[in-house]
Design a protein around this ligand. Structure first.
Ligand SMILES: NC(=O)C1=CN([C@@H]2O[C@H](COP(=O)(O)OP(=O)(O)OC[C@H]3O[C@@H](n4cnc5c(N)ncnc54)[C@H](OP(=O)(O)O)[C@@H]3O)[C@@H](O)[C@H]2O)C=CC1
Ligand SMILES: O=C(CO)COP(=O)(O)O
Length: 338
């Protein structure tokens, strides 16, 4: 069965997810707020700033008018950067209300909203009234756009409070190279997805400083331990953190030069300033804002997150990275599982 799906955000991941859905035969409308990008996409079927050397199918059409993109849609998939999701959701809410339209919501973004410390399913629930929405799902996992667009094997998880809703979303995306598992642990999937970006920045920084495999494995493992501590404090299932949205995503972003978060950390480790790193990337580095949100959240909730705290001080207090690592290494000894 085919569905009408609006994909909001035509950056790296939005255009790849739209392409997967288009290939699966759905009626997909890809929305971008950038008119030039939409015109280029529709005339050349390319999106060169975000996805290099790829021609998209002619059946995938981009829209610049949000109302046109979501008119008649059964599903709306949000793939804009975390910190602008609320503003896009407000625009969507207005249109849905006016149309008296009810949709299923999905998001694929990885972050925590600054200031409110909310997960994105919470942001969507707050902005879009129950009269205009059915389910809210999150799709997440180890999935670099650069690999998925080449149809490399990619496995992700879709989480929804109700497993039946997750199963419907699973069927939208599943194909021979894009395999989707279901979960009802929305909290765990969203927290794993958001916080792995902090660890990816750390792993990149270690690389930039010349540290080798032992150090990176240590950071990723202990990083996952503190993500899991924060997640379970909110009621997440601890097993989620050894799944695709936990260890899976830490492996892919903590070891790959495709990761913007890893690359940002690597450049910081090599001595570049944060402003230089952000200016050069030209794409969203979610881990920067999420480090601040997670650091503040850990303080509020009394959850020990030494790695997040160390990365926060490097990013926001200009702390020296080597000195910060030294402080982590000379902390009092403790039991691994405490
Ligand atoms: N890239 C990947 O491999 C993956 C990314 N993700 C997640 O997907 C989310 C999006 O990332 P990604 O696609 O990579 O990011 P990109 O930076 O590649 O693209 C983001 C898109 O959102 C647009 N945008 C920025 N601000 C606004 C706004 N206020 N309103 C509307 N659109 C806006 C950008 O436009 P412009 O650049 O013109 O400002 C751009 O088209 C992130 O949370 C990321 O963590 C998840 C899995 C994989
Ligand atoms: O989340 C991702 C892959 O799973 C993409 O990570 P980056 O945003 O660091 O590129």
């Amino acid at each position: 069965m085919t569905s009408k799906i609006a994909v909001l955000g035509a950056g790296s991941w939005g255009s790849v997810l739209a392409s997967v859905l288009d290939e699966n035969g759905h009626d997909v409308r890809l929305w971008s707020y950038n008119k030039e990008q939409v015109d280029l996409f529709n005339s050349t079927h390319t999106n060169p700033h975000y996805i290099k050397d790829h021609t998209f199918s002619k059946t995938l059409v981009a829209y610049n008018d949000l109302a046109e993109a979501i008119d008649g849609a059964e599903y709306i998939l949000f793939v804009v950067p975390t910190q602008v999701t609320r503003s896009v959701a407000k625009q969507v809410a207005e249109i849905l209300e006016k149309n008296n339209q009810k949709v299923d919501l999905i998001h694929a973004s990885k972050g925590i909203e600054e200031g409110t410390y909310m997960r994105l399913s919470e942001v969507l629930a707050e902005e879009i009234k129950p009269a205009n929405r059915n389910s809210i799902s999150v799709i997440s996992g180890p999935s670099h756009a650069e690999d998925a667009i080449r149809k490399d094997i990619t496995l992700v998880t879709v989480a929804s409070r109700n497993l039946g809703d997750a199963e419907r979303v699973q069927h939208l995306f599943m194909n021979s190279y894009f395999r989707v598992y279901t979960s009802d642990d929305v909290i765990g999937v969203e927290i794993g997805a958001a916080l792995k970006n902090i660890i990816a920045i750390g792993a990149g920084a270690l690389n930039g400083l010349g540290y080798k495999d032992n150090a990176k494995a240590a950071l990723m493992t202990r990083g996952l331990a503190e993500i899991s501590r924060l997640g379970t404090s909110f009621g997440a299932n601890p097993l989620t953190f050894i799944g695709l949205s936990g260890v899976g995503d830490i492996i892919v972003t903590g070891t790959s030069t495709n990761s913007r978060n890893w690359r940002a950390g690597n450049e910081l480790g090599q001595g570049k300033s944060l402003d230089e790193v952000i200016d050069n990337m030209g794409m969203v580095i979610e881990g920067i804002a999420t480090t601040k949100a997670a650091y503040e959240l850990s303080k509020k909730r009394g959850v020990d997150m030494p790695i997040t705290s160390a990365i926060y001080h490097v990013l926001y207090d200009n702390a020296d990275i080597k000195e910060t690592i030294n402080q982590l290494m000379t902390r009092e000894g403790r039991s691994e599982l405490s």
